[in-house]
Design a protein around this ligand. Structure first.
Ligand SMILES: Nc1ncnc2c1ncn2[C@@H]1O[C@H](COP(=O)(O)OP(=O)(O)OP(=O)(O)O)[C@@H](O)[C@H]1O
Ligand SMILES: [Mg+2]
Length: 381
């Protein structure tokens, strides 16, 4: 079964939902959102809106019951309701069992290990005190990375611990610790899959991180890696998609170390920040691809039209309150710059407020434009 004449429901209406709705609009495809506040980025582009908490059973169940196909823009949703909806005949993509694995970093790591995907070695702790005790006992090697199992996003919930002096930086809660990978490059590969099992992989991208906030600030496409690593990364992404047995998109975050070993860091079963450039730089955007996949339509070509750099427009570190944007016009004067603002009323330190994609046949020229954009656009309160 496939088709356009389906009612799509999305749990969460942030910037990912907004860009999904814009892609849906090209096909005049109805798309409805469940979100906690009526003032959400996807709002102006939605066919319908239901106010409710996507973490609770009842709102998810009632919203989903009126949809043909249900999807997500965030993993932290009520999967009990999704299981029930699936049993009652609603298409749920990604399938709830996979979501349950992915939304808990610990369960996700166990899944990666069980299926033989290379991932940094890890160990679980029930809380930060037990971890601190293990450190005192001398049984933990530095440096390591502490990750909270469920509450993290955008680098919150992740702490790099260099030595005993850093013990005070430990995050409170159930966690895992991972061996620290000396990262040469961080890569991301997004793959799509429909109900027929057809898959399509976007070209791997390189991600650059904001050291302070531990979150992606910039991506470069195509990644500057040799053809062998590229093939390996793409193959691993497809195998993961098949192991999770999901339809829609899977973004696979990877580390490449100096020895050219690839590790899976984590996955996200939905459109992803590392695919925003595809709107302008690929034959098919990740958002249209997600729609094609969940509606069981033929997947689009993922071919690159142009090399590109994408920069996240983050809230200035010392500003919190109603957002003001500086420097936008200067950036719009440059050739090949595409500006996306998410319409979030309030800015917070490092909050994702928008992004800019730069197309240029010369990737270094695109990088210079990205530098200029990062220096020029300021989002303050
Ligand atoms: N084992 C590791 N070794 C070295 N650096 C790491 C390791 N694990 C995580 N990091 C760094 O921390 C960043 C954030 O980690 P991770 O992706 O697990 O967290 P997150 O908060 O879920 O991320 P996001 O929501 O931004 O994708 C990574 O992209 C990487 O830069
Ligand atoms: Mg991550």
């Amino acid at each position: 079964m496939h088709g356009f004449n389906k009612k799509i429901g999305v749990l969460g209406g942030g910037q990912l939902g907004k860009m999904l709705a814009i892609a849906a609009a090209n096909w005049h495809q109805p798309i409805h959102f469940l979100d906690q506040s009526a003032d959400y980025p996807a709002g102006p582009f939605a066919s319908g809106f239901t106010e409710g908490d996507f973490n609770e059973y009842t709102p998810v169940y009632h919203f989903g019951k009126t949809m043909d196909v249900l999807t997500i823009e965030i993993e932290h949703v009520n999967t009990h309701a999704l299981h029930q909806l699936k049993a009652e005949g609603v298409k749920v993509h990604p399938q709830p069992a996979a979501l349950e694995i992915i939304k808990d970093k610990g369960v996700q790591k166990l899944f990666l290990e069980k299926h033989g995907f290379p991932t940094p070695a890890f160990q679980f702790f029930d809380d930060e005190f037990l971890l601190a005790a293990a450190i005192s006992a001398g049984s933990i090697r530095f440096p390591f990375v502490q990750k909270l199992l469920t509450s993290g996003y955008d680098g919150r919930g992740v702490a790099v611990i260099q030595g005993v002096a850093d013990t005070e930086k430990l995050l409170p809660g159930q966690c895992l610790i991972e061996s620290f990978v000396p990262i040469y490059k961080e890569l991301s590969v997004i793959v799509a899959r429909n109900e027929y099992g057809q898959t399509a992989v976007f070209p791997p991208v390189e991600m650059e991180f904001n050291a302070e906030a531990n979150l992606m600030e910039r991506l470069i496409c195509p990644a500057d890696i040799g053809p062998n690593i590229c093939r390996k990364a793409e193959k691993m992404a497809v195998e993961l998609m098949e192991a999770f047995d999901i339809c829609g998109l899977l973004a696979v975050e990877m580390f490449l170390d100096e020895q050219e070993t690839l590790f899976v860091n984590e996955v996200a079963p939905r459109p992803h920040n590392s695919g925003h450039h595809t709107i302008e730089s690929c034959f098919t955007s990740q958002f249209e691809q997600h729609l094609r996949a969940i509606l069981n339509l033929p997947l689009g070509s993922t071919r690159l039209k142009s090399p590109s750099v994408m920069v996240n427009l983050l809230g200035e570190p010392d500003h919190e309150g109603v957002a003001k944007y500086l420097g936008l016009e200067k950036c719009l004067r440059m050739e090949g710059v595409y500006l996306h603002l998410y319409g979030k009323q309030k800015t917070k330190p490092y909050r994702k407020m928008g992004h800019a994609t730069i197309l240029d046949t010369d990737i270094n020229a695109a990088r210079r434009k990205a530098d200029f954009i990062s220096e020029t656009i300021k989002i303050i309160a």
